[in-house]
Design a protein around this ligand. Structure first.
Ligand code: PAP
Length: 298
């Protein structure tokens, strides 16, 4: 309602959209560095001094109960904004074909999402409140009790929109970006209408962006290592960097839990054309990819 009543979309707006814990931090960093690649030197880049949350405004946090949107109204175009809102909650003036604003969405295997959410929830647990058990978190997640709505509905909303309006919505998967980061960065740049030129390719700008935004690089920046909690920001930057891996669920979920989650996922996505690759995890460090039949490091 607040978005409907107070947000003034611009046709040049770029929205980074995610269901929580699907790669928001990573995608914010990637899109920020793609669209600003001519403004900064990679050795002295804002992402070396600030967390992506401070560079890409979080839409929901900037539309206040009193309707004030001053902080985002003052941003120059094209505005880069981030959201966890489901696609269906955006006003028609943003989602219909007359609007040129674009959404870049990333989703992730729900088993890894659940594990990431569970760790994060326990970090935020107030002192004196007992930790949330994995069983409890699993139960809520499976029932669709998640921030911003059931995980599967969130994914399908953006997935269907990407099929209907491929120029408006681009859907990525965390696992694909991990596997082929260069290809995914080029895909995002093409989608946003700022493809890499042959000169940029020669200068290996795509490689620079991938390196800058990698988990290893970002989690090692002082700004993301230190405890940045404050009264206004009760969450520390470091809370957004845990493992950054594909398949960590195998270290936490029981075989039964993973089977149940896979079944729910299969049922929800049946007939939609959308799926997550199912990896057969052989140990905590290797998995067999059924698509290319190769062993990969998790
Ligand atoms: P949010 O939706 O609450 O903003 P988000 O950034 O999506 O959080 O989730 C954090 C997850 O992304 C963490 O996953 P994990 O718990 O499985 O480890 C975090 O480690 C991962 N992450 C953060 N930055 C990166 C990155 N640069 N590359 C890959 N994964 C990352």
């Amino acid at each position: 309602m607040l978005i409907d009543d107070h947000f003034n979309p611009r046709p040049t707006d770029i929205i980074v959209a995610t269901s929580p814990k699907c790669g928001t931090t990573w995608l914010r960093a990637l899109v920020f560095s793609i669209i600003n690649r001519n403004s900064f030197d990679f050795s002295d880049h804002p992402l070396r001094k600030a967390n992506p949350r401070d560079l890409v405004h979080f839409l929901e946090a900037h539309i206040r109960g009193d309707g004030s949107t001053a902080s985002i109204d003052g941003l120059p175009s094209p505005r880069l904004l981030s959201t966890h809102l489901p696609y269906s909650l955006f006003p028609e003036c943003m989602t219909d074909d007359t609007s040129a604003c674009r959404f870049v969405y990333i989703c992730r295997d729900p088993k890894d999402v659940l594990v990431s959410k569970w760790h994060f929830a326990n970090k935020l647990r107030p002192k004196g409140v007992p930790p949330l058990s994995l069983e409890e978190a699993f139960d809520l997640f499976c029932k669709g009790v998640s921030h911003y709505g059931p995980f599967w509905d969130h994914v399908l909303g953006y997935w269907k929109a990407s099929l209907e309006s491929p120029k408006k919505v681009l859907c990525l998967k965390y696992e694909d970006v991990k596997k082929e980061p260069l290809g995914c960065v080029r895909k995002v740049a093409n989608f946003l209408g700022v493809p890499f030129t042959p000169e940029e390719e020669n200068k290996e700008i795509v490689e620079e962006i991938v390196k800058l935004c990698s988990f290893e690089n970002m989690s090692n920046q002082d700004v993301n290592k230190s405890d940045t909690r404050s009264q206004e920001k009760p969450i520390s930057n470091s809370d957004f960097f845990r493992k950054g891996e594909v398949g960590d669920w195998v270290n936490h979920l029981s075989p039964q839990m993973s089977e149940i989650l896979d079944q729910i996922t299969e049922q929800k996505f049946q007939g939609t054309g959308f799926s997550f690759h199912r990896f057969l995890v052989l140990s905590s460090s290797y998995y067999l990819c059924p698509l290319c039949c190769s062993f990969n490091n998790v």
